[in-house]
Write a protein of this length. Structure first.
Length: 215
């Protein structure tokens, strides 16, 4: 994640949970619902960009053992205070390899994170390395149907710098599909959903969630 993004995420951390509830962030429930048939009690789950732990909370309640990576120390402190995650690691997700063993996890989740990161290609390579055979990689990303105000920085990848200073990115479904194919993943489910509603701006934001399995 760009350093400017990490700084702003750190500043926003204390208000994160309050804001996502206000804006009806559906991602945590959706990613759990789409993934639950592939997980079992005792599974080792890695959450890339765990934040305050909202997405991992449901997996932990299903008796999965959670490891969380995040680049924001304040986010991780809030996650720890909520007792979410057995192991929390401070890690900028744009810096690979991650400090994790090969073939270590039954599943990886990453929810509402990719729009703040570029490049994401190394993350897919790391997912392949870190997952056990037949492991699940479930992630969400913001839809690229509307890329007005964005500039294309490579084929299928767009970037915008918001007034707040945050860099945001959109990835085409074809770009994501190629990354999955290059790293030997098979897609089990693919779903678009209303991720959240900004009541102040009266704006709806749609995400896509993909659940893929390592071949």
């Amino acid at each position: 994640m760009p350093l400017s993004n990490l700084e702003l995420v750190n500043e926003f951390a204390k208000d994160y949970d309050k804001n996502i509830l206000k804006n009806i962030w559906n991602g945590p429930q959706i990613i759990f619902d789409e993934t639950r048939e592939f997980i079992s009690s005792g599974n080792l789950i890695l959450d890339l960009g765990i934040g305050t732990g909202e997405s991992s909370k449901r997996f932990q309640e299903a008796n999965c053992i959670i490891t969380g990576l995040d680049g924001s120390p304040k986010m991780l402190a809030l996650c720890k205070a909520k007792n979410i995650g057995k192991k929390l690691v401070l890690q900028n997700l744009e810096e690979t390899p991650f400090p994790l063993k090969t073939d270590a996890f039954n599943g990886i989740i990453s929810n509402g994170v990719f729009h703040l990161i570029n490049p994401i290609k190394p993350i897919f390579s790391e997912a392949k390395r870190i997952l056990k055979s037949k492991g699940i990689f479930a992630f969400s990303f913001e839809n690229s149907d509307d890329v007005s105000n964005y500039c294309e920085i490579e084929k299928g990848v767009w970037m915008m710098k918001a007034e707040s200073g945050v860099f945001t990115y959109k990835y085409s479904e074809q770009y994501i599909a190629e990354l999955l194919n290059q790293n030997n993943f098979t897609v089990h489910s693919h779903k678009q959903f209303l991720a959240y509603v900004d009541n102040e701006l009266q704006k709806e934001t749609f995400f896509t969630i993909i659940v893929a399995q390592l071949k």
